[in-house]
Design a protein around this ligand. Structure first.
Ligand SMILES: *Cc1c(COP(=O)(O)O)cnc(C)c1O
Length: 223
């Protein structure tokens, strides 16, 4: 067995039922993705449109591609036919573009709304207050070709687990508030995407349903 396969099997054995692994394959060569596929992995995450467009045709058709990185509006058209879930919706303007491009090809786009809970300014996403306000104003009810599937977030990059835990807990709390208030269609608003190689155990403890793991599976990225 290759080490990629071993890492995947180990992580999956530690994930509780109902938590799915997104293998984050950005900057890793296609051979490694194929090893992951052979080990049974079907869900892959990429964060650059151009890389996704090149890799997707090289993998079997039953792979599901998730887009997890910051998405520029002018890249939405290229990825729309390929992706099954966009994790990183961080503005209304991006949502409007996703709606338009999904409609154009007769698709309903599944998306997660990205929350900004980390201390780093560079990370994108709605603040919790912004998102609750938009939802309460009915902003997310007007999209016909977008299906809101849940929330995504990244925690602060720190060794201080109490900070990470508090940030993930605030995502879980916001998720439950949105579901309780019924400001989004709750039957399909079921996912919380959080947790990376260094913090996914904490994310799972706070209710993650999707963990996005790259380095722990594939090793260091090859830039
Ligand atoms: C790269 C990336 C990951 C994976 O990070 P690792 O530390 O390699 O596990 C997860 N989420 C997002 C949004 C990423 O860009």
């Amino acid at each position: 067995m290759t080490s990629v396969a071993e890492h995947i099997i180990k992580i999956k054995s530690e994930l509780p039922d109902g938590v799915n692994l997104v293998a984050v394959s950005k900057y890793h060569p296609i051979e490694q993705l194929k090893e992951a596929y052979t080990a049974g992995q079907r869900l892959f995450g990429e964060s650059h449109a151009q890389e996704l467009v090149v890799k997707a045709p090289q993998m079997p058709d039953d792979v599901q591609w998730h887009f997890i990185g910051h998405l520029q509006r002018n890249k939405v058209r290229a990825i729309m036919p390929i992706v099954s879930l966009i994790h990183s919706v961080d503005s209304i303007r991006l949502l409007d573009t996703i709606e338009k491009e999904a409609k154009r090809i007769g698709k309903v786009a599944d998306v997660l709304l990205q929350l900004h809970v980390a201390k780093e300014e560079a990370k994108s996403g709605f603040t919790i207050d912004e998102l609750l306000l938009l939802a309460r104003n009915g902003e997310f009810k007007k999209y016909e070709n977008v299906r809101f599937r849940g929330l995504m977030a990244m925690a602060t990059f720190t060794d201080d687990e109490s900070i990470i835990k508090a940030e993930f807990a605030s995502v879980g709390e916001t998720f439950r508030t949105l579901r309780n208030e019924n400001t989004l269609p709750t039957d399909t608003f079921t996912e919380i995407s959080m947790g990376m190689s260094h913090d996914w155990h904490l994310a799972v403890a706070e209710g993650a349903t999707l963990v996005r793991i790259g380095t722990e599976i594939f090793g260091e990225r090859q830039y």
